[in-house]
Design a protein around this ligand. Structure first.
Ligand code: DQA
Length: 139
């Protein structure tokens, strides 16, 4: 069975309460139950942190996974260290965003991690994660 880890960054522990017009009404934990049910062929682990250091440590210690689904939250637009961590491992990473970042403020159009990942899925709501898992399921 393929092992995948979903890593959510800063403020993504607040899904369900946070800016529902952008991020919807479901907590990630609720949505994760559906993802696990819908992808029985994948073993899906989950990690969320608001700490950049812990996110880097988690990426570097994920070498035994077949894939990483990563939504760094606002660190996407500020952090070179996450890109460096991704480049330090050989596990394929898919970048996901719930909202369509291209449609929002200009500062959200830049991603420091896009150049280090296989591809980016953005703007499909929580379904962005499903699309990333679909990629790993058939990859
Ligand atoms: C986000 C988009 C980021 O710009 C924002 O800071 C987030 C969430 C998304 O999933 O749409 O926290 O990564």
């Amino acid at each position: 069975m393929k092992k995948i880890i979903i890593i959510n960054g800063v403020n993504l522990g607040e899904l369900g309460n946070r800016e529902p017009d952008w991020y919807g009404n479901s907590s990630f934990e609720e949505y994760l139950k559906k993802l696990r049910a819908d992808f029985p062929e994948l073993e899906i682990d989950y990690f969320q942190s608001n700490s950049l250091d812990l996110l880097v440590d988690k990426i570097l210690s994920s070498k035994n996974y077949d894939g990483i689904v990563l939504n760094p939250g606002a660190f996407t637009h500020t952090s070179i260290v996450l890109a460096d961590a991704i480049k330090a491992i050989s596990v394929p990473v898919v970048e996901v965003h719930i909202s369509n970042v291209a449609k929002r403020e200009k500062l959200r159009r830049e991603s420091f991690i896009s150049a280090a990942v296989i591809g980016t899925i953005t703007g499909f709501g929580l379904k962005s994660y499903r699309l990333a898992l679909d990629f790993f399921s058939t990859h």
